[in-house]
Design a protein around this ligand. Structure first.
Ligand code: ZN
Length: 292
């Protein structure tokens, strides 16, 4: 995952919201849905039971890096064992009111930093998944993709009795937004390689230390270039891959709104600032737009 260890922890909270949500929503209605782009972060999915990296329940964990993943079979075995355990938690997650309201608004586009696919499931159109998607895997050699569920079934087949051996109840294990479970004993977990070419299989998402695909970034920037408003929802903008869109919107004079319940790296660029919960803000917005 393209996530860095909390550079914001310890910073002051923003002093106060700059406007009421009603004032912010009025401005957004004036701009219009067809000229508005959302940049969505982990705050969108917390109500679906997917933890935020930086929320109060955030895990202290070192995320898998692309370099580690490539380093050798032991690291990959560790990654897939943890992902195999975490998957069951992620796969059952369902869209919440935030995703449904976002879908109802029918915006110009949504750039999401989440890999859970819940915006897509809720029917949000024109989504750019900046950090990839958890429900797909890709072969690093032949680039063929396959469903993550196929990988899950293969891993289950290859590792009978694994949980009994390590004597862990999966319900007691913490899971991160990218499906990585806090599991220490991963020795002996068998990994599946590409059925076509024998290459390494990787989740089709952007690990920390990996660059976001240029084409994906260009798609997202293209949306921002057509927008008169950019609304950041539930993201602290801790990663550059998100902050750059706020900079692009501010540079071209678009209205920049940030609704996130803590400090963000984009606060100085925001025209309007709210600290409301993502679902509350989106529900109010879509209902004011007559779409709730
Ligand atoms: Zn392959």
């Amino acid at each position: 995952m393209a996530v860095i260890r909390d550079p914001l922890r310890g910073r002051e909270r923003p002093a106060a919201p700059s406007h009421t949500d009603a004032e912010i929503i009025d401005r957004l209605l004036t701009v219009g849905a067809a000229r508005t782009v959302v940049l969505a972060g982990a705050g969108m999915s917390t109500d679906s039971g997917i933890p935020d990296y930086r929320g109060p329940d955030a895990l202290t964990r070192s995320p898998m890096t692309y370099q580690k993943f490539l380093a050798g079979p032991l690291e990959r075995s560790r990654y897939w064992a943890r992902s195999w355990v975490g998957w069951e938690r992620i796969v059952w997650a369902e869209p919440n009111a935030a995703h449904r309201s976002l879908a109802a608004l029918g915006l110009l586009g949504t750039i999401t930093q989440n890999v859970d696919g819940l915006d897509r499931s809720a029917g949000v159109q024109n989504v750019v998944e900046l950090h990839g998607r958890l429900d797909r895997i890709v072969c690093l050699s032949c680039r063929r993709t396959n469903s993550r569920q196929w990988m899950q079934d293969e891993l289950t087949r290859l590792n009978p009795g694994f949980l009994d051996r390590i004597d862990v109840d999966p319900r007691d294990i913490e899971v991160a937004p990218d499906g990585d479970a806090e599991l220490e004993q991963t020795r002996g977990f068998r990994v599946r390689d590409c059925p076509v070419c024998g290459g390494l299989l990787k989740p089709d998402l952007v690990f920390f230390g990996e660059t976001v695909d240029r084409g994906v970034v260009d798609n997202a920037l293209g949306m921002v270039e057509q927008a008169d408003a950019l609304v950041v929802l539930g993201s602290s903008l801790a990663v550059m891959s998100g902050l750059r869109f706020v900079r692009a919107a501010a540079k071209r004079g678009a209205l920049v709104v940030i609704d996130t319940d803590g400090p963000t790296r984009g606060d100085e660029l925001a025209d309007m600032r709210s600290l409301s919960r993502t679902a509350d803000f989106l529900t109010a917005w879509s209902s004011a737009a007559g779409r709730g």
